[in-house]
Design a protein around this ligand. Structure first.
Ligand code: PLP
Length: 441
């Protein structure tokens, strides 16, 4: 293969390939050469700290030798079989998923990523209940395909509507910008009564499922109050509605537990997941359903299928990845280092006038920047572009939100990060925050 310069890689990629969620002419990719642990390097040898685990998915860190070897070994042995056949890795992974997921979640339908997992969860919920509506929240992202984008609440849905019919949205438990105008002291969980009211208007007997991210990720890292998930579970039980936890981003140790719902002791009827299941090494998505739902399909046709359902390479990668979570104590690290991260973020908030709020659970966090702490005014995207530029120049890569939903710098590092590495990255974040501090009114 020809050895390309960094400029050639970027230019050819931009000329011949599309970049997601961008004005194509403005895409500004880093040509990446190699990666290890929490770091990656561009083709010219510049090192970056990966503070977003790429797209919040390389949870175990880059190039873990155990997972690389499992993929190599599986590739040498058997890459692919017809999805109607099976393999040892598929069998073992199915069983393992039923063990790491909560309660009676038992049986998995494999997909290729999060969007497809949600597409299939929608189908399963509709067949199982015989109802067609799916409720989702406004501050949510559930994927880019026809059904999952219809459930997505943010601006990405508006751009492609009309999408799948039957998606209905409700408001979020977003305490920093409470849509019900409440403060923590006076809150009566209007978000819960609002949901129940929406259910009544939409007709409980028409609603197949409520889908929520375990913890909202790309729409602002919204950690719900402790009683939120349990109370939504109660409402679902009351009306016979299925509860789906989209754990595509919030799963796999990210919040200090296997899945975000574990933080509140809730068992949903369906978990959809992807990303951290293989840490992104090979694409894989999964829909894990309760034993009751599994039982329902025992004598019924499952109208769902994908050529790559149960792909052997992906199953081998997932099995090895799950072993890494266990053997390297990554979930425990997310929990303990997450406590430290929370303290650091509160400290950063106290010292930077541009920081309006910090939200965190495990190693899943965001710093919300505001032009004015009183009015909570969102920064113009141009300011966030400057913040992003400063981060990148200083060798830190992360996810930045710069739209009408908020101005935020996410801190979502691989779960293998050490305290020293976290400090090193946070120092670079603080340096970049000075750019925003100067723009505060
Ligand atoms: C919560 C959530 N659900 C679904 C998806 C879609 O997953 P994918 O991009 O793998 O299709 C994402 C992607 O970021 C996500 O964060």
């Amino acid at each position: 293969m020809t050895k390309l310069t960094s400029k050639e890689i970027v230019d050819l990629s931009k000329e011949y390939t599309f970049f997601s969620w961008s004005v194509q002419g403005q895409a500004n990719p880093i040509p990446v050469e190699k990666a290890e642990g929490i770091y990656f390097w561009d083709v010219d040898g510049k090192r970056y700290i990966d503070f977003s685990s790429q797209l919040m998915n390389t949870n175990i860190g880059h190039q873990h030798p155990k997972v690389v070897k499992a993929i190599q070994d599986q590739a040498a042995k058997l890459c692919f079989v017809h999805p109607g056949n099976t393999t040892d890795v598929r069998a073992q992974l199915g069983k393992k998923l039923s063990e790491v997921t909560p309660g009676n979640l038992k049986k998995t339908f494999f997909a290729l990523g999060g969007s497809e997992a949600n597409e299939n969860a929608i189908k399963i919920a509709r067949f199982y209940t015989g109802r067609h509506k799916i409720l989702a929240r406004y501050r949510s992202y559930h994927g880019a395909t026809h059904g999952s984008i219809a459930l997505t609440g943010d601006y990405r849905r508006n751009a492609v509507e009309p999408a799948m019919p039957g998606g209905v949205h409700f408001l979020d438990p977003f305490c920093y910008r409470c849509p019900f105008g409440q403060k923590k002291e006076s809150c009566k969980r209007e978000c819960i009564s609002h949901l129940e009211e929406v259910i009544k208007y939409e007709g409980p007997d028409k609603i197949a499922a409520i889908i929520m991210e375990g913890v909202v990720g790309s729409n602002g890292l919204i950690v719900p109050p402790d009683d939120y998930w349990p109370r939504v579970r109660e409402i679902c039980d009351k009306y016979g509605i299925l509860l789906i936890s989209d754990e595509v981003m919030s799963g796999w140790g990210r919040t200090g537990n296997w899945f975000a719902v574990d933080n509140w002791g809730v068992t949903p009827d369906i978990i959809t997941t992807a990303k951290g299941i293989t840490s992104g090494y090979v694409p894989l998505g999964a829909v894990i359903v309760s034993d009751k739902i599994a039982e329902y399909f025992e004598d019924k046709y499952l109208y769902a299928g994908l050529t790559y359902n149960g792909h052997a390479l992906a199953c081998a990668a997932a099995l090895a990845t799950i072993e890494v979570y266990e053997e390297d104590n990554l979930i425990e690290n997310a929990r303990t280092l997450g406590n430290y991260l929370g303290e650091c973020l509160e400290d950063i908030k106290s010292r930077h006038p541009s920081v309006g709020d910090v939200r965190y659970i495990g190693l899943f966090s965001t710093i919300e920047l505001v032009a004015n702490r009183e009015t909570k005014e969102i920064f113009a995207p141009s300011v966030m572009a400057e913040v992003g530029k400063a981060l990148r120049e200083n060798g830190l890569f992360t996810f930045i939100m710069a739209n009408n939903m908020g101005s935020m710098v996410f801190v979502v590092p691989p779960l293998c990060i050490t305290k020293e590495q976290l400090d090193e990255g946070l120092a670079l974040v603080e340096k970049a925050l000075e750019v925003a501090d100067k723009k505060v009114s």
